[in-house]
Write a protein that binds this ligand. Structure first.
Ligand code: ADP
Ligand code: ASP
Ligand code: MG
Length: 409
């Protein structure tokens, strides 16, 4: 008998018919003799709808109250799925995050899981019941409801799998695995049979929303066997593996992209010690995370230009802060551009292959895309380009690196 944690995303529980189909799948696993814990998201569109209601009252809703509101989406689904299981003769109990002690910190809207007391879940499993847990939510030490950030049900599932030492955590979604890039942008994207944990972590952090980044981090920390697969069709999905040798000999695993970017530049600042700190200190104090940073080489007058990127949601605030700093520094000008995107190539094979970057730049040049910023690490290369080039850039790179022809195991 195996212990399996299955997570079903919003589309997979989008209406009653689909909830019945999920119940059928869960029942099949249980009838095989496996113990099954199911984690569910809110029905598709529901979290957005709830946020929309809150915003009709406050442009920036009080984070604590927003958590109370958003967590209701998942509570609806757990009850409906439990009923669906009972209706099929499969005993089940549903639980909110608080009921199964998913203890988090108090960072409302982006809380981190600290601990899970799985005793109650274990008792139910031993009694032969399926346990249905609300994803995306927890409770802090004061007893307040918290949520884990958008896409957070993935993290709930992996954390529960870690706490229970489950044999596998299965993430059921609307695609049948992890692809070489988002199939919505490049229909020729290919499914990967396996992807290394490191590559998945990079892809998630560089914008591939198929798994929430914290879910991948959790899987790495606790060595949770993780698989992404379709809730609509049968198949093996994609296994996130910890063995690098087990993946095919491709240099590039995939292409990630993020539309959530914005760029800020301050022109004509003194090229002297402390300036980077003077520019970025107030940004950090405003709780704004900075991603890429470029400082130009000083031209004649020991003056330089400084550019950095932030999340698009933070753009207006960052611009305001930077304008203040620019005045203090007597800078020449502040420029901002919220219409940029980041495209990244990811692959552990990059470590042992030279020339990937130049091939990437050539491929983008061939289709006339100007690169605005570049950043590299051991297993990724990212470029910032104008937003209008996102699809063209992703497709050009997909083609240039032969990702549509990848031989998958
Ligand atoms: P769920 O509601 O099940 O959590 P998500 O919308 O969060 O589903 O994640 C699935 C989506 O992730 C897919 O529909 C796909 O558009 C997107 N996606 C982005 N990058 C990739 C990728 N590399 N492989 C597969 N899907 C991807
Ligand atoms: N319902 C939440 C969201 O839409 C969590 C999730 O789906 O994972 O972000
Ligand atoms: Mg998701």
């Amino acid at each position: 008998m195996a212990l399996i944690v299955q997570k079903y995303g919003g589309t997979s529980v989008g209406d009653i018919e689909r909830i019945m189909a999920v119940a059928e799948r869960v029942k099949r696993w249980r009838d095989r003799g496996d113990a099954v814990v199911v984690v569910v998201s809110a029905m598709s569109g529901e979290t957005d709808r709830l946020i929309g209601l809150a915003r009709q009252i406050q442009a920036r809703p009080v984070p604590r109250e927003l958590d109370v509101l958003m967590s209701t989406g998942e509570q609806v689904t757990i009850a409906l799925l439990s009923m669906a299981l009972s209706a099929k003769g499969c005993p089940a109990h549903s639980y909110t995050g608080a009921q199964v002690h998913i203890l988090t910190d108090s960072a409302h809207n982006k809380a981190r899981i600290r601990d899970i007391d799985a005793a109650r879940v274990r008792a139910d499993l031993e009694a032969g019941r399926v346990v249905v847990v609300a994803g995306f939510q927890g409770i802090d030490e004061h007893g307040d409801i918290t949520t884990l950030g958008r896409g957070g049900s993935d993290t709930s599932a992996v954390a529960i799998a870690a706490a229970l030492q489950a044999d596998e955590c299965q993430i059921y979604t609307d695609v049948d695995g992890v692809y070489t890039t988002d199939p919505r942008v490049e229909p020729r994207a290919r499914k990967l049979a396996r992807v290394t944990f490191e590559e998945m972590l990079e892809m998630a952090s560089l914008g591939s929303k198929v798994l929430q980044i914290r879910a991948v981090e959790f899987a790495g920390k606790y060595r949770v066997p993780l698989r992404v697969l379709s809730s609509f069709k049968e198949g093996e999905g994609t296994l996130i593996t910890f063995e690098e040798d087990a993946v095919e000999d491709a240099k590039i695993a995939g292409i990630a992209f993020s539309r959530d970017e914005a760029k800020l530049t301050v022109l004509g600042v003194p090229d002297q010690p402390g300036v980077a700190h003077q520019i970025l200190g107030p940004i950090a104090d405003a709780n704004i995370e900075v991603d890429m940073i470029i400082q130009n080489v000083a031209a004649q007058e020991a003056m330089t230009d400084f550019t950095f990127t932030v999340h698009r949601n933070d753009y207006a605030r960052a611009l305001e802060v930077l304008e203040g700093t620019a005045q203090q520094l007597n800078a020449r000008q502040v420029l901002g551009d919220p219409q940029i995107v980041k495209i990244s190539l990811v692959g552990v094979g990059m470590r042992s292959h030279a020339g990937i970057a130049s091939r990437m730049f050539a491929a983008l040049a061939e289709v006339g895309i100007n690169i605005r910023m570049i950043s590299t690490s051991e297993i990724k290369i990212s470029v910032v380009v104008d937003e209008k080039y996102l699809e063209l850039g992703v497709r050009a790179l997909h083609e240039a690196f032969g990702l549509d022809r990848l031989e998958v195991a």
